[in-house]
Design a protein around this ligand. Structure first.
Ligand SMILES: NC(=O)c1ccc[n+]([C@@H]2O[C@H](COP(=O)([O-])OP(=O)(O)OC[C@H]3O[C@@H](n4cnc5c(N)ncnc54)[C@H](OP(=O)(O)O)[C@@H]3O)[C@@H](O)[C@H]2O)c1
Length: 331
C-alpha cells in the first residue's frame, strides 16, 4: 500500500517504505502498553504509507507477534512483516535470558511465529542474536530451508559481526542487517557497514531514537516505571544520563532553529546515511508516529550533519552479561 508522500527504499531486493514501524513497545519494554492506541498507531502507519512492521517472537513472549498479526489482519498481503527468532526470553522477567540459533529451534520457532502472526509466510526472518554455540552456517542453512519451503521470503541477521555476515551471506543472500544505529550508537560503523555494502545487504537500524532519549521526551529521566526496562540500561544511570541529556539539549536547539523536533533530527540523520538504510523507530502512539513519519521530509544542513556525526552517548548500550549485547557491542 504505497503512499506518494512516503518514499520507497530497497533492502537488497525487498521494497519497503523508507521508515518502518518498530512494534516491540506495543507489548513490552517502555512502560504500560495501551492496546487500543497501539492498534490505532498501526492503522495510521498503514494510512501514511508505512509498509514495514517489525516484531520478534521474544517480544512479550509471543504476545507482540499475536498483537501485530491481529492488527494487520486482512491487509497482510500488502505489507512486509519482519520477525525474529533465537533470543530466548526469561519467563520471569520477560527480558532476554539466552540464545538458541540451532536448526531445530529455527524450525520450531517459525511454525509458532506463523501461527501467532496468522500468516503463511514471513517476509523478512531474522536471527535475533548469533548463537556462539552454533556455527552461523548451520543457523542460516536452516533459515534458507524455510525460504525453499515458502515459509519465509528473505533472511536477515541482527547484531552480527562483519565476519559472521560474510559467512552467512555465502550460504544464502542476506537481505538486511538489523542493528542499533543512531546519533548515539555507532558500533555498526566500525566494520559491519562496509561489509554489508560490499555484499549489497540492506541496513535496518533499530532504536534510531536512542530508545526515546534523543527525542528529549519526559521518559529521558531516571524516574522510570517498573515496567520500563530502560531502568537497567547503563545510559539511563544518573551520571550517564546527565552527560547524554547535554547532547540532547544541543539537538533540541538545532531542532528549534530548523523548526522541527529533536526526534525528527535523529531520524533524518539515520535516513541520510544512505538509500540502503531503513530505520524502524518504535512507538505505540499515533501522535509520535505522525511526527516520526514527517522526518522523511527533513533535510539536515551540512554543518548540523557534521556536528551530529561527532556525538556519542555516554554509557554502554546493554547491561554487562546480557545476551542482547550481540557481536557488535563495542564497550
Ligand atoms: N534487533 C534487535 O535486537 C532490536 C532491539 C531493540 C528494538 N528492536 C526493534 O526496533 C524498534 C525500534 O527500537 P526501540 O523501540 O527500542 O527504540 P526507539 O525507536 O529508539 O525509541 C522508542 C521510544 O521512543 C519513544 N518515541 C517514539 N517516537 C517518539 C516521539 N516522536 N516523541 C517522543 N518519544 C518518542 C517511544 O515512546 P512510546 O513507546 O511511548 O511510543 C519509545 O519509548 C523496536 O520497536 C523493535 O521492533 C530490535
Amino acid at each position: 500500500m504505497e503512499n506518494p508522500s512516503m518514499p520507497i527504499r530497497r533492502l537488497r531486493d525487498l521494497r519497503v517504505s523508507a521508515l518502518g514501524l518498530g512494534c516491540m513497545g506495543m507489548s513490552m519494554a517502555y512502560g504500560r502498553p495501551d492496546k487500543r492506541e497501539a492498534q490505532r498507531t498501526i492503522d495510521r502507519a498503514i494510512e501514511l504509507g508505512v509498509t514495514l512492521f517489525d516484531t520478534a517472537d521474544a517480544y512479550g513472549i509471543g504476545e507482540n507477534e499475536k498483537f501485530v498479526g491481529a492488527c494487520i489482519g486482512r491487509r497482510r498481503e500488502r505489507l512486509v512483516i519482519s520477525t525474529k527468532f533465537g533470543l530466548l526470553p526469561n519467563r520471569l522477567t520477560g527480558l532476554a535470558g539466552g540464545i538458541d540459533g540451532s536448526p531445530s529451534h529455527c524450525r520450531k520457532s517459525i511454525e509458532a511465529s506463523l501461527q501467532r502472526l496468522r500468516t503463511d509466510y514471513v517476509d523478512l526472518y531474522f536471527l535475533h542474536r548469533v548463537d556462539p554455540k552454533v556455527p552461523i552456517e548451520e543457523s542460516i542453512g536452516a533459515m534458507a530451508d524455510l525460504v525453499s519451503a515458502g515459509k519465509v521470503r528473505y533472511l536477515g541477521l541482527s547484531e552480527c559481526s562483519a565476519d559472521t555476515l560474510r559467512r552467512a551471506n555465502a550460504v544464502h543472500p542476506i537481505t538486511a542487517v538489523q542493528s542499533e544505529w543512531s546519533i548515539f550508537t555507532r558500533d555498526i560503523e566500525q566494520s559491519v557497514l562496509t561489509v554489508a555494502r560490499k555484499l549489497n545487504v540492506g541496513i535496518m537500524p533499530f532504536a534510531p531514537l536512542g530508545r526515546g532519549m534523543l527525542t528529549g521526551s519526559a521518559e529521558a529521566s531516571t524516574n522510570l516505571s517498573l515496567l520500563d526496562f530502560r531502568r537497567v540500561m547503563p545510559r539511563w544511570n544518573k551520571q550517564n544520563l546527565a552527560a547524554n541529556l547535554l547532547l540532547v539539549h544541543r539537538i533540541q536547539e538545532m531542532a528549534a532553529a530548523l523548526k522541527v523536533t529533536a526526534g525528527q533530527i535523529a531520524l533524518a540523520w539515520v535516513l541520510s546515511q544512505g538509500e540502503d538504510v531503513v530505520p524502524i523507530p518504535g512507538t505505540k502512539r499515533v501522535q509520535y508516529l505522525e511526527q516520526n513519519v514527517r522526518a522523511v521530509q527533513v533535510t539536515l544542513p551540512p554543518a548540523i550533519q557534521q556536528e551530529l556525526s561527532q556525538m556519542r552517548a555516554a554509557g554502554a548500550r546493554y547491561p554487562k552479561n546480557s545476551p542482547t549485547r550481540g557481536e557488535t557491542t563495542a564497550d
